[in-house]
Design a protein around this ligand. Structure first.
Ligand code: ATP
Ligand code: MG
Length: 588
């Protein structure tokens, strides 16, 4: 990978704030997954329940008054919830479900923004032994309906306006859906809806937690739909073991942290690391209801004294677009650890973080299917900009080649590209795609879980993302990963975002086309195009540099912030667009 980006070595940590993981090689050599259970308590009478680990155990240990959740509303209001309050609120929600006849294993969906009621509903559903499936508030009626149909939703928690626009039009067609609870109900309750506030008021704050077992289904998460039709990944209560372990080692969470995960609970990061891991580790979680705004974000980082910040490449690129000067107007000295997930993090962004905040973003890699972080850069360890880092303790990763006949061989030579594979067995691993056994079975071969992503590993054991198997470009005998090309394009000062695709070429098989969004102060021109192409040729060589560049105001992205290269390609080639249920609405 790019030699122009030097590795970032860490200064020794101060003795009063030692990183949780201080010596990677040593820990990995001695760690086995059986030890991971020490991160959770289990239910007092036996069994395991995510919500008990996240909330109740802190209250029982005398930490009930600690602030668990600090909620920042869109229009400036703030509300605080102690661990004790979260415990009684989630008990009440569990009691509401039980009173309404929602049983163990049955699915409860949410369709709402980042409101306090959402957090109570997740925890309360888990306490009732039911299964929670969160949906993005910005989904249109069809994606909402299809996901609730796949999940056989029994109950939905939503708001008045979302219900009217996105659920009421088809409600009668979904016979499984028995109850709809409105968070902001008023006197005009629509037919078939109940007021959540009313029900909560009457519910038992001491309602007991269901005795769930580690393998009981707990969460149903739909994937981002970047590569095609979203899949409903099943997760179980045992996942909390790994959420907690990874929050401790990969995000370096300490109990006195003020932590902000910018992901929406509508996708897996917003639940695993936006709710479960931080609460299980007893930190104070900051939740912002509003959407991205550079000024607002810096204000939150400063005012909330955020110490650990977990965000995503798209947001980081938007902050870069807004300029480092804006960051410098704020006192961000409380920040201790910065992490990123969801898309490849360009080396440029890691270095920008280091210059702007005095510490780099720590990239980490995982998927809806893995339930938790699998590969990461760690607080005490050297960061190589552009690398996803090294596997978590207890995770065995490999680069493999899958032959036509299904045999899988490990590639051990450093730098060779193959599919990123993981040895099954970590606790947060998905247990199926709901109703899609064949699709699930196809993810496993030769004793490996095959991720569908291509990567390589260097001599130090660091993993480097190349691209999704579907996005890789074959040009003149070369296998070209879009990430490398996009990262080179991002080195041009005018480039805010870049996506590359392969388009059919008679001579080369495929040639590379780039789509670029510019930073403020730059406008599309032939000169600029030539300049960017020149830079790419210098960095990558003529065979790998894009032959064509199109300027766009925005690139199409999923709701979880991922660039949809398949959509750019389909549009370019005039092919069907496929499933676009997760496309950001302003792109439709
Ligand atoms: P779908 O499976 O429906 O196409 P998706 O794969 O985007 O959607 P997610 O599970 O949300 O759904 O995303 C996981 C994928 O995101 C990974 O397989 C990988 O391609 C990408 N990804 C996540 N983190 C990183 C990272 N740090 N570097 C590179 N890619 C990443
Ligand atoms: Mg995927």
């Amino acid at each position: 990978m790019p030699a122009s980006f030097d590795a970032i070595t860490k200064k020794p940590a101060s003795p009063d704030r030692l990183p949780n993981l201080q010596d990677y090689s040593n820990l990995v050599a001695t760690f086995d997954l059986a030890q991971a259970r020490r991160f959770v308590d289990g239910l007092p009478g036996g069994g395991l329940n995510i919500a008990h680990e996240a909330v109740d155990r802190h209250v029982q240990a005398g930490r009930g008054d600690k602030i668990a959740l600090r909620w920042l509303g869109k229009s400036g209001e703030a509300r605080e919830y102690s661990y004790r309050q979260l415990m009684t609120d989630s008990n009440r929600f569990a009691a509401v479900l039980s009173h309404l006849g929602i049983g163990r294993g049955e699915r409860v969906f949410s369709l709402c923004g980042r409101l306090p009621a959402l957090y109570t509903a997740v925890l309360g559903t888990l306490k009732n032994g039911s299964v929670f499936s969160p949906l993005f508030a910005a989904f249109g009626p069809e994606p909402v309906r299809s996901r609730m149909e796949i999940g056989e939703a029994r109950l939905l928690v939503t708001t008045r306006s979302l219900y009217r626009k996105k659920v009421a039009p088809w409600r009668d067609e979904l016979s499984s859906l028995e109850q709809v609870l409105l968070i902001d109900a008023d006197d005009n309750l629509p037919d078939g809806c109940l007021s959540l506030t009313e029900l909560m008021r009457e519910a038992d704050p001491d309602h007991p937690v269901a005795t769930t077992q580690p393998d009981d289904m707990a969460l149903l998460h739909f994937t981002s739909g970047t590569t095609g039709r979203p899949k409903g990944a099943i997760h179980v209560h045992e996942a909390v073991v790994f959420h907690t372990l990874t929050g401790h080692y990969a995000l370096d969470l300490h109990p006195d942290d003020s932590y902000w995960c910018t992901a929406d609970p509508g996708w897996v990061t917003g639940t695993s690391y936006g709710i479960i891991a931080p609460l299980s580790l007893g930190v104070t979680l900051v939740v912002d209801e509003a959407e991205f705004d550079a000024e607002r974000w810096y204000h939150i980082l400063e005012q909330q004294q955020i110490t650990v910040w977990y965000t995503a490449p798209t947001a980081i690129r938007m902050l870069m677009k807004a300029g480092a000067d804006l960051a410098k107007q704020h006192d961000l000295s409380a920040l201790r650890f910065l992490a990123s997930v969801g898309e490849p993090l360009n080396p440029e962004a890691v270095v920008w973080g280091n210059e702007t905040f005095g510490k780099p973003f720590h990239d980490n890699w995982w998927q809806t299917e893995t339930g938790g972080i699998m590969i990461a850069n760690y607080a005490a360890e050297t960061v190589k900009p552009g690398s996803m880092g090294r596997p978590l303790p207890g995770v065995k990763a490999a680069i493999v080649r899958r032959a036509e006949d299904g045999t899988v061989t490990e590639i051990t030579r450093p730098g060779d590209v193959g599919e990123l594979a993981l040895q099954p067995g970590w606790p947060s691993m998905f247990r199926g795609y709901l109703h899609e056994q064949a699709r699930y079975d196809k993810c496993f071969a030769g004793g490996w879980y095959l991720s569908g992503d291509l990567a390589s590993r260097d001599g130090d054991g660091y993993y480097w993302f190349v691209g999704r198997a579907d996005d890789v470009i074959k040009s003149a005998g070369h296998l070209i990963g879009p990430f490398e090309v996009e990262s080179a394009l991002l080195e041009h000062p005018g480039v805010a975002e870049a996506a590359v695709i392969g388009i059919p070429d008679e001579v080369a098989g495929e040639s590379i086309k780039a789509f670029i969004a510019l930073k403020p102060g730059f406008s599309p021109s032939d000169d600029l195009r030539r300049e960017i192409q020149g830079l790419a040729r210098k960095r990558l060589g003529a065979a790998v540099a894009p032959k064509a560049i199109d300027f766009r105001d925005n690139l199409p992205k999923t709701r979880s912030g991922k660039i949809m290269r398949r959509l750019l390609k389909a549009r370019e080639l005039g092919l069907p667009e496929g499933d676009i249920s997760t496309l950001e609405s302003d792109e439709k």
